[in-house]
Design a protein around this ligand. Structure first.
Ligand code: NCD
Length: 322
């Protein structure tokens, strides 16, 4: 049966813990002089990126290579996609080349779900529009567990442009599965319609939420997805919702600061906060490789306890979003 990683909501608690524990094992490899395992020798992983990416694409590439898979990097620029070739035709071409796994990033929410219906290989969602980014949520949970241990009852604040954030959606779903209490914090204009149906709390008041948080995850203001004015100006946004040193001081002593990158320094996060000892932002990137290795290993490694149910409905209704 074909198995995919399309939504963080498809993962049971056992699935999620299996991935995180496998990633812990694989992370040990990073300390060895030769960082390579033969596990996926002879398998082909295609990185199909229709949207710009630095961290995610290189992280998946490093992960696949450390497992000895052959990697084909496909970016829409310079391909026949710019001549108008459809996603389906592109997918069938890649399948004809023998792709065992396809890692896809696409500007359309739901594209990975469509792809999963067309090809035989496993599909991994590396970010679809404003919908989901499950491996980001997994690497975030991995990073939180390294610092805080078990996430049951831990309080996580996800702050900023929640409306356009696939990172927020996947994190809310996965953290809920792992037992954490999530609060999304944003101005009313940057919270989606229907947020009260999400499995988390929401607030407009960052200063009230910070003292009670074990983790604060800042989100990038995604101007490229904004077709209207969602706040008066950058200065006003950062005054109310930016994390500066004074605000960081309101956090409990053990709390950590996260950001999926790329950061707008000085907008949602001050440079001194991003570079402070509480920031685990660089570590998130490192952990991303181990977590993506675990996902590829479990999906493509021929392990019967592979993750995720068969193709299902998205867990968050994208139609309620702007
Ligand atoms: C995020 C993304 O692309 O969804 N970045 C990432 O994957 N590291 C978040 C963002 O673009 O702000």
């Amino acid at each position: 049966m074909t198995r995919h990683l399309l939504s963080a909501g498809d993962l049971s608690r056992d699935d999620a813990l299996l991935i995180l524990n496998t990633a812990t094992e694989l992370a040990r490899l990073a300390d060895r002089p030769i960082k390579k395992l033969p596990t996926l020798r002879g398998r082909t992983v295609v990185n199909l990126f229709f949207e710009d990416s630095t961290r995610t694409r290189t992280s998946f590439e490093a992960a696949a290579k450390r497992l000895s898979a052959d990697v084909i990097n496909f970016s829409a620029k310079g391909s026949s996609v710019s001549k108008g070739e459809s996603l389906k035709d592109t997918a069938l071409t890649l399948e004809a080349m023998g792709a065992d796994g396809v890692v896809i990033r696409h500007e359309a929410s739901g594209a990975p779900h469509r792809l999963a219906g067309w090809i035989k290989g496993s599909v991994v969602n590396a970010g679809d529009g404003t919908h989901e980014h499950p491996t980001q949520a997994l690497l975030d949970a991995f990073t939180m567990r390294r610092h805080l241990g078990n996430l049951d009852g831990r309080r996580v604040a996800i702050v900023g442009d929640v409306l356009h954030s696939r990172v927020a959606r996947s994190n809310v779903l996965l953290l809920r599965t792992l037992g954490a209490d999530v609060t999304v914090v944003a101005p009313p204009t940057l919270l989606p319609v229907g947020v009260d149906g999400w499995p988390c709390a929401y607030s407009y008041d960052l200063d009230a939420v910070l003292p009670k948080s074990d983790v604060v995850m800042m989100l990038r203001v995604q101007r490229e997805r904004m077709n209207a004015s969602y706040f008066p100006n950058a200065r006003e946004y950062s005054r109310r919702y930016g994390l500066d040193a004074a605000r960081m001081a309101m956090l409990p002593e053990h709390a950590i600061v996260m950001h999926p990158g790329p950061m707008n320094r000085g907008m949602e996060i001050a440079a001194e906060v991003a570079d402070s000892v509480r920031s685990v932002i660089v570590e998130q990137v490192t952990n991303g490789v181990s977590v993506r290795m675990a996902v590829l290993y479990l999906l493509l490694g021929g392990n019967d306890s592979a993750i995720g149910p068969p193709l299902g409905e998205p867990a968050i209704d994208t139609e309620t979003q702007a």
